[in-house]
Design a protein around this ligand. Structure first.
Ligand code: DC
Length: 238
């Protein structure tokens, strides 16, 4: 039984707070389409790299725009997961690679790139029943989203989580380096001129410093039930 209405849920917050894990879990639990806005910025960056207009530490902005305009970037559901495609090609792996990660932050700061991604996200969400995560979804992309969640956690806990994730991937780093990097990203995310990371005034704050994923899900269910007057409780699978 699922009596959650067809709404748009916007999930924003600091990096390494588990936004995408949370959004994917809510999507699968309540039958929503999950859209990863960061993946769209990664897709544009990958296309720029492949076209040679992003290279040698530089982004040729004027040349990137005509590369981006005709791109057929879209999400498809495959094996229960939402994946990013460029035309018929699944680019989910490539967009998570080191090279894309190096350039995606400056690429996502270009206003025309943000505008292009926002328009695509609007088109994807036209059917409703969507959960989207990012940095500006509840403030800029979907200011009228029916439910806005802002995720945060203690910086020390976020750094520890990120550090363990990187170790698992086999990357060599230190906890101090990760802490510095997070501090830097928090600063850049919240101080950039276009769409800085801000908590929407009507967002519900989810501080998951001391929460398990299951507890996050129970919290969300409570929120949805309260907000939409749902009395009957769907059983949670996890
Ligand atoms: O969440 P992520 O690491 O995949 O995001 C990739 C980049 O895109 C990151 O630099 C932040 C940026 N981003 C953004 O500016 N706005 C969004 N809505 C989502 C991501």
């Amino acid at each position: 039984m699922n009596n959650i209405p067809d709404i748009i849920i916007a999930v924003d917050g600091n990096s390494s707070t588990g936004k995408s894990t949370f959004a994917k879990m809510v999507a699968s639990e309540f039958g929503f389409l999950y859209l990863d806005s960061g993946a769209m910025y990664r897709g544009v960056t990958l296309a720029g790299l492949e076209a040679g207009v992003i290279a040698d530490g530089k982004i040729d902005e004027a040349a990137l725009l005509p590369v981006m305009e005709p791109l057929n970037l879209h999400f498809r559901r495959e094996e229960g997961a939402t994946k990013l495609f460029l035309g018929e090609r699944c680019i989910e792996k490539e967009i998570r690679g080191w090279e894309v990660s190096q350039y995606v932050s400056p690429a996502s700061a270009i206003p025309q790139v943000r505008n292009w991604v926002d328009n695509k996200l609007h088109a994807f969400a036209a059917g409703g029943r969507v959960i989207m995560d990012g940095r500006d979804i509840g403030t800029t992309v979907f200011p009228n989203a029916e439910l806005k969640i802002f995720m945060t956690a203690d910086p020390a806990v976020r750094a520890q989580r990120r550090y363990e994730e990187l170790l698992q991937k086999g990357e060599k780093t230190t906890l101090e380096e990760v802490q510095e990097n997070l501090k830097d990203r928090d600063y850049r995310d919240s101080h950039r001129p276009t769409s800085p990371l801000r908590q929407a005034p009507d967002a519900y704050v989810l501080d998951n410093t001391h929460m398990t994923l299951h507890e996050e899900l129970v919290w969300t269910l409570g929120l949805l039930q309260g907000k939409f007057g749902i009395l009957e409780s769907p059983g949670l699978s996890c």
